[in-house]
Design a protein around this ligand. Structure first.
Ligand code: ZN
Length: 113
């Protein structure tokens, strides 16, 4: 599995925050703290998927339009929109979209670089 680019796989990033001058502190300064990485939700893993569609049910492997999904949130949004099983992608690395006849019309796979 690839590491998240936002945090290099750590799952957290350092964020600066101000500690202003107060009664206990002569001079205000910037401190850092660890916050959960927003890109990967703290998992440290890159969550990138590719969604693809087969054109008009043709047998040839034409990419009738493919897109890169860059977060699990986006994956779940598209799962609602296109009616595929996001959990299957996360568990098994791929899923397929079927039409009413049971033919594969597209799918989603974990995008490996
Ligand atoms: Zn991250």
């Amino acid at each position: 599995m690839r590491s998240c680019e936002g945090c290099d796989g750590d799952g957290w990033v350092e964020e600066e925050f101000a500690r202003p001058q107060d009664f206990n502190r002569d001079v205000g300064y910037l401190d850092t703290r660890r916050v959960e990485c927003e890109d990967c939700g703290g998992t440290g893993a890159a969550e990138t998927f590719r969604i693809w569609f087969k054109e008009g049910g043709s047998v040839s492997e034409t990419w009738g339009g493919h897109g890169i999904i860059t977060s699990v949130d986006q994956l779940r949004e598209l799962a609602d929109q296109y009616d595929f099983d996001a959990e299957e992608v996360l568990d098994w690395g791929e899923t397929e979209m079927l039409d009413e006849d049971g033919d594969v019309v597209g799918g989603v796979v974990i995008y490996a670089v």
